[in-house]
Design a protein around this ligand. Structure first.
Ligand code: FE2
Ligand code: FE2
Length: 331
């Protein structure tokens, strides 16, 4: 699997590393580079896209989902999988907990994608006729809908009735969706906060030589391939538009960044409270595996590495805001 920055979607687009060259670029240059990035992303959405049902052999016997399959067991280097508590569980419970952990992340993922799609549609309504961005945003909405179909189908096949995030949906999703229209830069920062940690985890999963269930591997490959485009769009959109914002808007972004990134990463990387209850995972095991585990902490920070670097480039990671990054455990 290629890395984002060497992905064909972005390979020839200046990633802003050479700021001296970027500073000399005329506005026309920047506009035409942006347009050509969008053209490439749009082409890839046509030639390299996936359908949740046509492109996954759900009923192939090798894809059958048995929740007690040992391949679902958590690896010893997983924060929870490495605990004595987990290792002392019967084999079938270890496997079931493993697959339900995957299902709960897919459920959270599809709720996130639901908010994302609605925000993108709001954003699209602000765009004029003949906008290349409009076409790209609609491709992304369609791709996210296919992801949500495949995630939900996987959840259904585990037999686990994974709950949604009712409180989260009620409290914050409406506000986030409205940002797509009112403050797209903050909206796309939220998008990266959700997509980047998951992308990091999924790429690591693909690289590991542990035997994976072929159904999960197929889903992850499809997701990582299409997410590379989504991440590329959000990243370059921010690079292009944040420098033009007022100091007040940039201050709002600088405060929002650590808050959003800290919350989203935890949501994606820790077990849901429903699973903690369902398996009666003792509080001290959760604390030792996640909150007080320096390796998990380092992993969380690593999963936000790319978006953190982007925030630095955008001038959002500076004093006094660095205190917030520390406060949210992102330093
Ligand atoms: Fe997705
Ligand atoms: Fe995405």
């Amino acid at each position: 699997m290629t890395d984002l920055d060497s992905h064909p979607a972005t390979a020839t687009y200046d990633d802003g590393a050479d700021t001296a060259v970027a500073a000399e670029m005329t506005i026309d240059d920047a506009d035409s580079r942006w347009e050509s990035l969008l053209d490439r992303l749009n082409d890839l959405s046509v030639t390299k896209h996936f359908d949740a049902y046509a492109d996954i052999a759900w009923d192939d016997p090798s894809f059958a989902l048995d929740p007690t399959d040992p391949r679902w067991e958590l690896a010893p280097d997983d924060p929870l999988g490495g605990t004595e508590w987990y290792q002392a569980l019967p084999q079938q419970t270890r496997a079931r907990l493993g697959v339900e952990l995957v299902a709960s992340k897919m459920k959270i993922g599809l709720i996130f994608e639901s908010i994302l799609k609605r925000g993108l549609l709001e954003f699209a309504m602000t765009l004029p006729n003949n906008s290349t961005e409009f076409r790209y945003v609609y491709h992304e909405v369609i791709e996210e809908a296919q992801h949500s179909l495949m995630f939900q189908e996987f959840v259904n096949r585990t037999g686990y009735d994974a709950p949604g995030l009712a409180w989260y949906d009620r409290l914050s999703s409406r506000g986030i969706i409205a940002l797509g229209r009112r403050f797209p830069q903050l909206f796309f920062l939220f998008v990266l906060g959700g997509e980047d940690p998951i992308d990091h985890v999924q790429r690591r999963e693909l690289r590991s030589d542990r035997e994976k269930h072929p159904l999960l591997e197929r889903i992850i490959r499809i997701h990582v391939t299409e997410e590379a485009r989504h991440l590329s769009f959000a990243r370059h959109y921010l690079k292009r538009t944040v420098p033009e914002l007022s100091p007040w808007r940039r201050a709002q972004l600088a405060v929002g960044a650590p808050l959003i990134l800290g919350t989203m990463a935890q949501l994606m990387l820790k077990p849901s409270s429903d699973l903690v209850r369902r398996y009666a995972i003792p509080a001290e095991v959760v604390a030792a595996a996640y909150d007080e585990n320096p390796r998990h902490h380092a992993e969380t920070i690593a999963s936000l590495g790319k978006v953190r670097k982007l925030c630095e480039e955008l001038g959002l990671l500076r004093r006094p805001y660095t205190a917030l990054w520390r406060r949210f455990g992102l330093e």
